[in-house]
Design a protein around this ligand. Structure first.
Ligand SMILES: *Cc1c(COP(=O)(O)O)cnc(C)c1O
Length: 534
């Protein structure tokens, strides 16, 4: 059904483009097709469009193979959205052959032409094998897209570099000029103006114009105002008002009571092991244990409310179990009077754009804590920075560029780098070593294992615990100590309200680059080679 859907939409789009650009023409000159339109393949899902356009040109319009190929490669480009090899679609050739036999024939011919081209370029035989578009029963859609289009881009500088160095290295060696970067962005209309009217009014007041809404780099004009205590206090008041508003929203929508005089700390994104919601919940459990045991003195506690929001794919067992764990930690903590007013956790259901628009403007600290080298870009990170949250994060995806722009002093960096992660894989990573080495980590995992969050049932989370202790592919345990370490820095800064908000203003002022308008300009400039409509 998935392949049927992909084919249906792609075929309809191609036929529609021909209908629109060559109206009423029985014998259109489709050699001009790429001058009229380009298709930006948004991930691997529409890549079946490449053989479909070949089929249309050859079978429906009578072009020879070489002419059809020249039109097709000029028509398509490919945006890659991941670094996880398992997320790049590989279709069984037998399935394609059953549903789309002509397309499989064309893919076979594309692959033969590709292999001949590589051979002619002097590429080694075993490398040619590794690069096969169609091999055994597998059709690799990312490879088809890379060969069948003019440009390939990643969605953040680090991601595009890793595509060239790792994921598509063989292709970048042979076709270096195909590869480019377009860092993602978010629309300021939705994620600032609509989501955060109070901040929007303050920005307009500070800049003396509302033109920033369509020219987000103008936010840079706020930078001097970070030194103006009166402006920073106004910014702090906006954040307070947004927190108050979210408390009302949460009461209405979820029936929960939130203490607005706490640090609002948010982790909202799809649930995936590489994003490491596990790291955050283990840290919460550790903090809970320390408060409860009296290990942290009452006067040293920064009261915090931790918000999670996350959906998981229905068949993703460990992800669903992580959601259940967060819910149960939330339940246990909220019914424990020993931590009342000091720590609360909420797993907000049904994370979607409406919730994002309400929660992000109210957030003071956001979590971007994926394992380095796994988050292609992230866009949540951009929404938070533009709404004046400070970020605790790893050197991953667009975090790298956000930190460069807002300044290292205004970003809470922690954790391993891509190179350190690779070294760990190479040396045979052993998570149990980290469990034994950090008593806080050991205690947190033991509390999950001993039934504290499952009414005494010691088996409830054993798949999760076993994964942490024996596999932990995304190295949550290895980064735990560094993550706990940076919390004291975060809390010390939070105690100084003016300085915290000064840094938040600097985040807003220096995040104008992360507008989707700038992303589109980069696509026009680097890939589509045209300008915007006047
Ligand atoms: C922005 C957004 C995302 C992406 O968040 P990341 O932190 O970049 O993974 C996912 N879901 C919703 C509803 C969003 O608004």
């Amino acid at each position: 059904m998935r392949l049927e859907q992909q084919y249906f939409f792609v075929s309809a789009s191609l036929h529609d483009a021909i209908r629109v650009f060559y109206p009423g023409q029985d014998k259109p000159d489709l050699t001009t097709f790429p001058d009229k339109i380009v298709f930006q393949l948004n991930d691997t899902h529409p890549v079946i469009g490449i053989p479909e356009l070949m089929r249309i040109l050859i079978d429906e319009y009578g072009y020879d193979w070489d002419t059809a190929w020249s039109i097709t490669t000029k028509t398509f480009n490919y945006t890659c959205h991941t670094l996880l090899p398992e997320a790049l679609e590989v279709w069984p050739a037998s399935l394609i052959g059953e549903l789309l036999p002509r397309h499989l024939e064309i893919i076979e011919k594309i692959n033969a032409q590709f292999e001949a081209e590589l051979k002619a370029k002097g590429v080694a035989a075993d490398t040619i094998k590794d690069m096969a578009i169609y091999t055994g029963d597998a059709v690799r859609m990312a490879y088809l897209a890379t060969y069948g289009g003019s440009h390939v881009n990643g969605v953040a500088e680090l991601h595009s570099q890793l595509l060239k160095d790792v994921t598509l290295k063989n292709f970048s060696d042979v076709y270096p000029d195909k590869f480019t970067n377009v860092t993602n962005g978010v629309t300021p209309r939705r994620f600032v103006k609509l989501a955060n009217p109070r901040l929007s009014d303050l920005i307009t007041e500070g800049l003396g114009t509302d033109k920033w809404v369509s020219d987000l780099e103008l936010l840079k004009g706020l930078e001097p105002l970070a030194a103006d205590d009166e402006f920073v206090k106004k910014f702090a008041a906006v954040k307070k008002a947004n927190k108050h508003a979210f408390v009302g929203f949460a009461k209405d929508h979820y029936g929960i009571d939130i203490d607005e005089n706490t640090l609002f700390n948010t982790m909202v994104k799809r649930l995936h092991e590489y994003k490491r919601q596990s790291l955050k919940i283990l840290a919460v459990i550790s903090t809970y244990a320390d408060i409860k045991s009296g290990k942290v003195k009452a006067e040293d506690i920064t009261p915090r409310t931790v918000f999670f929001g996350a959906k998981a794919a229905p068949g993703y067992y460990l992800a669903k179990m992580t959601i259940e764990l967060i819910n149960n930690v939330s339940r246990v903590i909220s019914s424990d009077s020993a931590v009342k007013g000091k720590l609360a956790v909420h797993m907000l259901p049904n994370y979607n754009v409406e919730m994002a628009q309400n929660l992000i403007p109210a957030t003071e600290l956001d979590e971007q804590i994926s394992q380095a080298g796994k988050e292609a870009s992230g866009t949540g990170n951009m929404k938070f920075a533009l709404n004046g949250a400070l970020t605790v994060g790893t050197l991953d995806g667009a975090n790298v560029e956000i930190r460069e722009r807002v300044g290292a002093d205004n970003f809470f960096l922690f954790g391993m780098t891509v190179d350190e992660v690779e070294a760990q894989y190479a040396n045979g990573y052993d998570p149990a070593k980290y469990y034994e080495a950090d008593p806080r980590l050991k205690q947190a995992i033991d509390l999950v294992a001993d039934g504290t969050f499952s009414n005494g049932d010691r088996n409830a989370y054993s798949p999760l615990v076993a994964d942490w202790l024996t596999k932990d592919w995304f190295m949550t345990l290895a980064d735990f100590s560094a993550y706990m370490g940076i919390q004291s820095e975060i809390e010390a800064l939070y105690a100084d309200e003016l300085e915290w908000n000064r840094k938040a203003v600097l985040n807003v002022a220096n995040s104008g680059y992360f507008s989707s308008d700038r992303s589109m300009e980069d696509y026009l400039d680097r890939i589509w080679h045209t300008g915007p409509l006047a």
